[in-house]
Design a protein around this ligand. Structure first.
Ligand code: CP
Ligand code: NVA
Length: 315
């Protein structure tokens, strides 16, 4: 007779479950394979070929902060693969009434197949993942935005080929997207030059782990010279609104305008995760100009995350 005490209801796959919380959760080979798969999924989608690889699978999405692209791309992506997505706003779930994030995680593991979280604090995603038996995806935290990296790298590969060895410039606040780009520079082996004021540098630990792939300067022009791509983001991120005035002042010299863009390669591309503030971090002339690939970049969120969902759920 089996001992009932040993008949634990705990799933046995707990330790092998894969998450995508930070870029190094993927190996460089896996990251490149996901880009290839995203490009393939994009072409299937353009040819309107149906694909039902995630039939009957459900994604739960928890958004503590606003989103247009992340919500829409994950929800549309699940639908297009034959699955379903549920949006859980803390305001109208028990999270808003104080149910612990780890209890929420355990419950969702019993009901859905994958979870995506956008949180104020990175530690919230880590707590959720620490007890999760299903894959957990970081849909942006105060520290990182790894899903944006999948789409950005897909976009660079489509426009300019493999990014290995390329020189990329970041202009502006050393924020979550910048931290993710540093991790990605190490992973995919490119040179990242970050131009930012001393008060708004990226995370020191992440910078130190970059194995020399990322360097910081206060000289915007030097950063842009001979760059294959220039990347920027809003100066005030979600949650930093009270610092808006100081940030606008300190970051003003880091606005990307046509003159700075002209310092880069002739065929350099401009990337921005969006939403953008024209006249702050980038001029309208640049973001709406011929070197800007921001709409392709936003669209690639859909394809890159479909590739990620298939990777996490099917491999
Ligand atoms: N780039 C990005 O993550 O956009 P959303 O905030 O609209 O999701
Ligand atoms: N750095 C921005 C990115 C938004 C997608 C923020 O965190 O608000």
């Amino acid at each position: 007779m089996p001992d009932p005490a040993n008949q634990s209801a705990q799933p046995v796959h707990h330790h092998s479950v894969r998450h995508f919380i930070e870029e190094p959760d993927l190996s460089a080979d896996e990251f490149r394979a996901l880009i290839a798969s995203a490009i393939e999924l994009k072409s299937l989608w353009h040819r309107k070929e149906p694909r039902n690889t995630l039939q009957n699978r459900t994604l739960a999405m928890i958004f503590e902060k606003a989103s247009t692209r992340t919500r829409c791309s994950f929800e549309a992506g699940m639908n297009q693969l034959g699955g379903h997505a549920i949006n859980l706003s803390p305001a109208d779930t028990q999270l808003g009434r104080g149910e612990p994030i780890t209890d929420t995680s355990r419950v969702l593991s019993e009901m859905v197949d994958v979870a995506m979280l956008r949180t104020r604090q990175h530690a919230t995603i880590e707590s959720f993942a620490s007890v999760s038996t299903i894959p957990v995806i970081n849909g942006l935290s105060d520290m990182l935005h790894p899903c944006q990296m999948l789409a950005d790298m897909q976009t660079f590969f489509e426009c300019r080929g493999d990014i290995r060895g390329a020189r990329i410039a970041w202009l502006g606040a050393g924020n979550n997207v910048c931290n993710s780009l540093i991790n990605t520079a190490r992973l995919l082996d490119f040179e990242l030059v970050i131009a930012c004021p001393a008060e708004y540098k990226p995370d020191n630990q992440i910078l130190q782990n970059s194995a020399g792939r990322a360097t910081v300067t206060e000289d915007a022009q030097a950063a842009c010279e001979n760059a294959a791509a220039i990347v920027t983001d809003v100066w005030t991120s979600m949650g930093e609104e009270s610092e808006n005035e100081q940030r606008l002042k300190a970051l003003a010299p880091y606005q990307l305008n046509q003159q700075l863009l002209n310092m880069a390669d002739k065929d350099a591309i401009f990337m921005h995760c969006l939403p953008a503030h024209r006249g702050e971090e980038v001029t309208a002339e640049v973001i709406d100009g011929p070197q800007s690939v921001v709409w392709q970049e936003a669209g690639n969120r859909l394809h890159a995350q479909k590739a990620l969902l298939e990777f996490l759920l099917l491999s």
